[in-house]
Design a protein around this ligand. Structure first.
Ligand SMILES: [Zn+2]
Length: 297
């Protein structure tokens, strides 16, 4: 009798665990989080909601990236506070991955704390025009390459041409063989809304250049699927293949004179139907390639 009750309660517990939906599991995640990247001395990920950034702690100070605080007025301070829990060293640099506000708003507190804000020159030019009240201007605007060394850590900043934006910096830690690339190469999920203004043909070249670099792990600007994983060269190759297939498919429809409405309705990528974000993302991919092959833009 006792064993039967025990058996029943164990079954109930298993059942309860099994019916927790992915959405509920999502809600159980804390809103913000610091994660140390495995097998590194001082590489961390700061996550705020569905956005994330890399920061590196060295013996002489911290190199931070993207404040990720769009629509989150306290996000920059939370990020800085989280870094202070890891180290008492000052933040020396804040580097913008590209000019989009959802990734770079909220850097005021870093600048006030003495960090030098660095971005690609196209980001600076854009920010000068838009004057977003929540985004601080860079102190330094760079061209194709800059190497930062701090406390024994080397971080390379590379501009590899047009892609998801015209201001994306690929950040590479040569010793750790880690890169931080935001938005252009989603890890394990179908491209989403951010695809609407991508430079489609140039992005294929960009991804090929990224794959040709020496690295093993990719930290994305949005948590990788599943479980916030990091990316690999296979993920980069998968995104490149997806784009090439989408482009070829829409090229036929576009050159048949079917853009916009008919082509966008007919465009499907069943091979990717199981990827997270497929249902919602398909329309943005369709719209962008219809623009390219049906309009020439
Ligand atoms: Zn972006």
């Amino acid at each position: 009798m006792i064993s039967r009750i025990l058996f029943t309660s164990v079954c109930t517990a298993i059942l309860a665990a099994a019916i927790v939906s992915p959405a509920a599991a999502q809600q159980q995640r804390p809103a913000t989080e610091v994660t140390k990247v495995e097998n590194t001395e001082g590489v961390y990920i700061w996550r705020n909601g569905n956005h994330q950034a890399m920061f590196i702690v060295t013996k002489d100070g911290v190199i931070a990236t993207d404040p990720v605080s769009y629509g989150r007025p306290t996000g920059g301070q939370q990020y800085l506070d989280a870094i202070k829990k890891v180290t008492d060293k000052p933040v020396k640099y804040l580097i913008y991955s590209h000019h989009h506000f959802d990734h770079i708003a909220g850097g005021q507190v870093f600048k006030a704390a003495g960090a030098r804000v660095i971005a690609h020159k196209n980001a600076t030019a854009r920010l000068k025009v838009l004057k977003d009240p929540h985004t601080v201007m860079p102190d330094e605007s760079i061209g194709d390459k800059k190497v930062i060394t701090l406390g024994g850590t080397t971080l390379e900043l590379h501009y590899l041409g047009l892609n998801h934006s015209d201001s994306t910096l690929v950040m590479r830690l040569p010793k750790e063989k880690i890169i931080f690339v935001v938005d252009t190469i989603p890890v394990g999920s179908f491209p989403g809304r951010g695809f609407i203004d991508i430079y489609p043909l140039e992005t294929e070249d960009f991804i090929k250049k990224v794959i040709a670099m020496d690295w093993e792990r990719l930290i994305p600007g949005h948590p990788g699927a599943p479980n916030g994983r990091l990316g690999t060269k296979k993920d980069a190759q998968d995104v490149l293949t997806l784009m090439q297939e989408a482009s070829a498919e829409m090229k036929k429809l576009g050159q048949d004179g079917k853009c916009w409405d008919t082509a966008e309705k007919e465009f499907k990528m069943p091979k990717y139907a199981s990827w997270p974000g497929y249902e919602n993302g398909l329309q943005f991919v369709a719209r962008r390639y219809c623009g390219l092959w049906g309009r020439g833009t």
